[in-house]
Design a protein. Sequence first.
Length: 497
Amino acid sequence: MNETQTNQPVQKIDFERVQLTRRDALKQGGCLVMGSTLVGCGEQADVQGAELHNTDVSDSVRDLYDTGAIPIVDSGWTKTRGIAPDYPGLNQDLTTDVLIIGAGLAGSSLALHLSELGISNVVLEARQPGWGASGRNAGHVLPLLRDLKVFEQFPDQGRAFFELFSAHHTIPFDIARKYDIDCDATESGYLNAMTSQRSFDKFARSSAYSAERLGQSIKHLDAPAMREVTGSGYYSHGVLYESGGRINPYLFTSGMIKAAADKGTRVFGDSVATSVVPDGEGWQVQVTNGSSVRCDKVVFCTNAYSTGIVPEFQRGCYPLTGYALSTEPLPAEIRDIVMPGRATLAQVPIDLNPFLVDGDNRIITASLPSRSQPADANWHFQQHLDWIHRTWPETQDVPIKLQAYWTGRVAIREEEFPGMYEISPGLYGLMHFNAWGNVMAPLMGMALAQALASDNPDKLPFPIVRPDQITSPGKQEFLLRGLLIPAARFGQKMGII
């Protein structure tokens, strides 16, 4: 394999020159095909294409897909091992040191690490653990930092956070290994693929930051090496983060909350918090059936599924609906052709087909759904299938069948970094992960647990802020889902990207 490894010190990076965030990539990719005419064509293509496969679902079902609220049983991540056992609802009054509201990746990690430190904690989940984005996301483990400029506002310009991230950017794999969680946690690498020298050069400059500050092993791949790891001749360049990979986020979340419960966390499902009020020096949280929890501190970990109980959390992000889909296990004749190295694949500059093949030989891919027919599984699958056939021509005569299609909600902040919030003393929020939750949620949950255990949250390696108050919550839906993704789909169809 012809490759260049860059896990040694490099020259100091100019933050302004090498920033490449996910939103930047989306916007750049959209600009490749955009122009006013192409945007119109792209959006119209989404509408017309979806109409060809109109599933004629009811408005109520369509709304569930449109808001990322379909039953979790429809998620492909539940198809391999089934749904985890339910936790009972809260039916008594309790007292605890820390109350956690939301049992996703962040809340489950926070509970687990608090229990490891001997801190009493209770978890309330409105449905069941893993119901939200933690059971619906694309399964990617991204071991990279996105927006470098944001760290200039951190304590010590982010040095403490860099140390934390350097030591624990493999935290999903580490937790799964430590607690023997069967969740397909596989450190198979995270591969950014490019078709042009220009895209490679820009991304390579950005990725050099990780090699310099975090000591990560990164490889630059040329065309022969890309063919070897992807099984395709389509990509001419690549940047491989060897410590990345994939995970089944639903099983990972379920495993973390079970490990927390085994260590003493009291976990309650189907327990909707309806109010949070001061109670002496602490807080009291009421649930729908009249039961309550008194606590010294309360942490909301509700991400894009926040309710009005604390309006600042609900208004603090741009909610964005995404979808993912899984195929049936690939036929044997193409299992060693499609991504034989099993790295998780992302395309640069626009990742229209984030892609992995899991331990059950299923393809998992994702994007943003059509605004006209968000429930149309077949139409969305066909968009990816066309790309798969183009990228791996050997698959064209082999049946690849859709297994599951589902939607979920992403929480986008103004800054390209998750939110650590404080509304009042002892009332916190850890949420809004910018589609970056599989690493950052358990990592920040661990860090917050340590800070709460030492009663010193001001020493966190990331700032505690008040939530931004978004005045146009539909902005990202309009820009990304309504304009850029349809334009990019049109560009892909035309062979531009």
